[in-house]
Design a protein around this ligand. Structure first.
Ligand SMILES: [Zn+2]
Ligand SMILES: [Zn+2]
Ligand SMILES: [Zn+2]
Ligand SMILES: [Zn+2]
Length: 441
């Protein structure tokens, strides 16, 4: 039975502990394997593979870790791929009663691991997935050997059904700044479908998942609750590709079927009236100015430079490279062209990295409309952008602007993370207090 009580924007509609989770291996020496907190950590004295922030965390992790500990010890000093470690944990979890465990999404509605979609047939026919699973199978075979020297890896059919559920239902655990720090399976929340125009959002506190409503809802009806599985700062074409490759479905959300969305995201700017235009059209729809061959040529060159530069900066953004792109885009791409927005995003992060605060402020301000349009008005990334802008303004002693951005951040993060979240207590509220104090001096 579903609750018939109306849900207000900002209400937490689900709190869930993971069925299984792993910390990303690259954080092994700086975060706790149990609570995922960044801290001074101490290694498990047996496997020396995982670390904990304190004894309480080590003890809390032991019931599960004790099964994997000898396996991790076997492969030391090699690092197990994150997906391999996750599979190992899932196998162990299922071996020790996890197949009966339920994750609840309402008082009475629940799911078990076997209720999760596995997309078995699609995965079996996906050469890349099969190859990936084969490599993980080899890792597990090396690792999962019991005290009688027997392999405890399930047969390939079983392994593929577990792998399929992991691929289709796995969540990235995000830290407060929305960086991925781990992978997890949550049973209850797996009921939630995807939309590129979601009405709910998943955020995390440690390894605990929280889902908050970002729109008012007449009642708690999980068939009408959607979160986004993917990066929304992408064209419908890319989003559909991502969803198809990862989740094996074709998105038919209102945004994906709206042809205007694709046009807006790739728009050039009209030389006459600065409206968004489609360079394939002969004229601007607004002012009738002709689109010249030169303009088309320029557009094609700019888009290709931008796309190849963004590709090259996938892992780390360079301020100089961003500046070259932004210069080329000026007067060619519309301000809401998604590739321009992505470039601003990269430039903003790169400027922060090298401490160029006035550059960062400029890029960040220009980023706001694009973020609001594509991520949506109630998205954590928009809230975090305001928080970063507020922080920089505070640095630059522009207290009035700082307070404005911090208030905006608070308005959004209060909904997406909830008022009790540490991000608000430990970061946002102290900044706000400081900005107000400085302003009144
Ligand atoms: Zn801990
Ligand atoms: Zn251990
Ligand atoms: Zn969609
Ligand atoms: Zn025009």
């Amino acid at each position: 039975m579903e609750s018939t009580k109306a849900i207000k924007r900002g209400t937490r509609i689900l709190t869930e502990k993971p069925f299984a989770f792993v910390l990303k291996s690259k954080y092994r020496l700086e975060r706790c394997d149990n609570c995922l907190e960044a801290a001074k950590v101490l290694k498990c004295s047996n496997c020396r593979y995982v670390s904990y922030c304190n004894r309480a965390c080590q003890q809390a992790a032991w019931p599960l870790h004790k099964h994997e500990c000898p396996f991790l010890k076997r492969v030391q000093p090699r690092v197990v791929p994150d997906a391999g470690r996750m599979l190992c944990r899932l196998i162990l979890r299922l071996e020790h009663g996890g197949d009966l465990e339920r994750g609840y999404y309402t008082e009475h509605g629940s799911r078990k691991f076997r209720d999760l979609m596995s997309h078995y047939a699609e995965i079996k026919n996906d050469a890349q997935r099969v190859e990936h699973l084969d490599s993980l199978h080899a890792v597990l075979t090396d690792m999962m050997i019991d005290s009688n020297s027997r392999s405890t890896v399930p047969n390939k059919t079983e392994l593929m059904s577990i792998y399929g559920r992991l691929i289709t239902n796995g969540f990235n655990i995000l830290d407060a700044e929305m960086n991925s720090i781990g992978t997890a399976i949550y049973l209850g929340v797996s009921i939630t479908d995807h939309s590129c125009q979601p009405n709910a959002v998943a955020t995390f506190e440690g390894n605990e998942l929280h889902v908050h409503a970002t729109e008012d809802m007449p009642s708690l009806d999980w068939s009408k609750i959607f979160i986004s599985y993917i990066d929304l700062l992408n064209t419908p074409e890319q989003r559909r590709e991502d969803l198809k490759a990862h989740y094996y479905f074709l998105c038919v959300c209102s945004k994906c079927i709206d042809p205007q969305e694709q046009l807006d995201m790739n728009a050039a700017v009209c030389q006459g009236c600065a409206a968004a235009i489609d360079v394939e059209q002969p004229k601007c729809q607004c002012c009738n100015a002709s689109v010249t061959a030169e303009q088309r040529q320029n557009y094609t060159e700019t888009m290709s430079l931008t796309q190849s530069s963004l590709d090259a900066m996938k892992d780390v953004a360079y301020l100089d490279m961003c500046k070259v792109c932004l210069k080329k885009q000026s007067g060619v791409l519309h301000s809401l062209n998604v590739w321009h927005v992505k470039t601003l995003d990269a430039a903003f992060e790169a400027a922060i990295d090298v401490g160029k605060w006035s550059d960062a402020l400029d890029y960040g301000q220009r980023l706001l409309p694009g973020f609001a349009k594509y991520h949506g008005a109630w998205n954590p990334l928009l809230g975090l952008l305001h928080m970063k802008l507020g922080k920089i303004q505070l640095y630059e002693r522009n207290y009035k602007h700082a307070v404005h951005h911090l208030q905006e951040a608070h308005r959004i993060l209060n909904v997406t993370h909830g008022r009790g979240h540490r991000l608000l207590h430990e970061q946002l509220q102290p900044l706000m207090l400081q900005a107000r104090q400085e302003m009144s001096l």
